[in-house]
Ligand binder design. Structure first.
Ligand code: C2O
Length: 569
């Protein structure tokens, strides 16, 4: 009898270990966040970084694994970490945006993030989600298929993360504070970077250039992340085509291109074949600037692809698009489609519960609002930005998620409008600085939706200060992009263009400059989810809104309580 029980138990155990559940692992990391001095661009600067490196550690997981990250805040600043693009199904407490889902981790304190990554594969990333700290507090989060499953494309010879960044010679928090104090634009960055290195076209940076060794005939998977704070970037490799196979950790139909364009926060997985004459080829990233009359660093960052057994030679440089090449950016952003045969494809919801029309753009707040004194914005006021003319003010006493969970009043109101207060000719340049339309005010209004509700949003850019491409990122959920265009959205004309068959499914949509994008998603994750412009300066100015997704009817659709060691405000 004893023997039989033992044999049975062993059989059960081996059954369990061969099932997909048993293959999921717990992946544990420690993040030590500290200020350190680095030397770049002939200067030394103090940056905040994780585990002493820029970018920070690369996290590798398989779909289905759980991540446990112990964050030790040894920096002098308040800190939170966001896991960009991770669905956080029923783990919204660990999403990270300051005062949205959590209060900051104070200097000298620590907090452990714990969540499982399910239903997504590809390239994601993590970054600080408080003030401008993400400029240097960021790194890759790579999700591979679980055991027994493979990529929906031929297995590459090697995989290489390519993290695009932006560097200031000053402390970024000072740059941000100065812009907010003056009410005008911030000081522009001093360099763009690839994997923390400016590259040999900047002063004192020849040794600070990424070198990627390749073998003739082999295929490489580049996992490209735009971690730059305020810049959309073009990315090219001399003489090599790229085949895009995923964006925002969601598989796409293979799309061959000679230029990849990534807005702040977006990721792309691209295959390249080392099929050229053995030699040296530059990869380079340069800014796409859609707004007119703004200051920016018109420079580019480089890395070098070196074929094995090739003679040392001067690398070949790709021809980069000009900074305002909107057609090239638009072609890339609109040509991608979702892979119907991908493992997690769920199909576009066809019935819509919530329809919203949301303007996104810049406006003004009165000079004397919020204790302002110096006002360098247009009309002698301070620049603010808004969605449907609501400029988001984050709370400071309690996070929105705690207020939702504990039913605490006075932290937010649920009257975020489904439409702008006034209909007008949104993209008409004649409405620039229109006094009737341009003034906005700060408040904490959220949009409440039922669990599993389907939501369609037309995101409409405005021209009140100037048109500009705004990359709108949604936390905790991903959405389908049905259509995009320029000018004002016209429902009769433009809904005919909706792709309801195989649209790209992403978490960050660069809304075309002076144009619109239509997105659709199912709110299947209870919690509080921030939607904001990923151009960080614009978040500082209030270009954000919040979805509160209510609990569902079953225990598995209800947000569990926060962890006992949750940071307090
Ligand atoms: Cu990349 Cu709100 O985040």
């Amino acid at each position: 009898m004893m023997n039989l029980v033992f044999v049975l138990a062993c059989a059960l155990a081996s059954l369990a270990s061969s099932s997909s559940f048993a293959s999921a692992a717990l992946v544990e990391h420690s993040f030590h966040v500290q200020n350190l001095t680095i030397n770049r661009l002939c200067k030394s600067q103090v940056i905040t970084a994780v585990n002493g490196s820029l970018p920070g550690p690369i996290l590798h997981v398989k779909e289905g694994d759980s991540l446990v990250v112990h964050v030790f805040n040894k920096s002098p600043y308040n800190l939170t970490i966001h896991w960009h693009g991770v669905f956080q199904l029923l783990t919204g407490w660990y999403d990270g945006p300051e005062y949205t889902t959590q209060c900051p981790i104070r200097p000298g304190s620590s907090f452990t993030y714990r969540f499982t990554i399910t239903g997504q594969e590809g390239t994601l990333w993590w970054h600080a989600h408080i003030k401008w700290l993400r400029a240097t507090v960021h790194g890759a989060l790579i999700v591979k298929p679980r055991a027994g499953r493979s990529y929906p494309f031929p297995k590459p010879h090697r995989e290489v993360p390519i993290i695009l960044g932006e560097l200031w010679n000053e402390n970024v928090l000072d740059v941000e504070d100065e812009a907010l104090a003056t009410g005008g634009g911030p000081k522009i960055s001093d360099a763009y970077m690839i994997n923390g290195r400016p590259g040999d076209r900047y002063p004192c940076s020849t040794d600070d250039t990424l070198k990627l060794k390749v073998e003739k005939g082999k295929t490489y998977l580049l996992r490209i992340i735009n971690a730059a704070l305020n810049s959309i970037l073009f990315f090219k490799i001399a003489n090599h085509k790229m085949k895009v196979v995923a964006v925002d950790a969601s598989y796409t139909n293979p799309y061959v291109t000679d230029v990849v364009v990534l807005a702040q926060g977006q990721t792309a997985d691209v295959l390249i074949i080392a099929d050229q004459t053995p030699g040296r080829y530059y990869m380079a990233a340069s800014p796409y600037v859609s707004a007119t009359g703004v200051k920016f660093s018109n420079t580019f960052t480089t890395g070098i692809i070196e074929y094995k057994r090739s003679k040392q030679s001067k690398p070949i440089m790709p021809i980069l698009p000009v900074y305002n090449d909107t057609p090239t950016a638009h072609r890339f952003f609109t040509n991608l489609t979702g892979l119907l045969t991908g493992p997690f494809w769920s199909g576009v919801p066809d019935k819509i519960d919530e329809r919203m029309f949301v303007t996104v753009g810049l406006g003004l707040v009165p000079c004397d609002a919020h204790g302002g004194t110096s006002c360098l914005g247009p009309l002698g006021q301070r620049v603010a930005s808004s969605m449907n003319n609501v400029s988001l003010q984050f709370p400071t006493k309690l996070s929105l998620l705690e207020a939702f969970y504990r039913n605490v009043g006075g932290i937010y109101t649920t009257d975020f409008p489904d439409n702008p207060p006034l209909r007008f000719d949104y993209t008409n340049p004649n409405n620039r600085l229109n006094q009737e339309l341009i003034m906005t005010s700060k408040s904490t209004k959220v949009k409440k939706v039922k669990f599993n509700a389907t939501v369609e949003i037309v995101l409409q850019n405005t021209a009140l200060i100037g048109t500009e491409n705004h990359p709108m990122h949604l936390h905790g959920l991903s959405f389908f992009v049905l259509a995009q265009g320029f000018g004002n959205f016209d429902p009769a004309r433009d809904s005919k263009k909706f792709n309801l068959v195989n649209p790209q499914e992403i978490n960050n949509i660069p809304v075309p400059v002076g144009g619109w994008s239509v997105i659709r998603f199912r709110a299947n994750n209870p919690g509080v989810w921030l939607m904001h412009c990923h151009l960080d300066l614009h978040v500082s100015w209030g270009l954000a809104m919040v979805f509160v997704v209510e609990n569902g009817p079953t225990p598995s659709s209800r947000l569990p309580p926060p962890p006992p060691d949750f940071p307090k405000c």
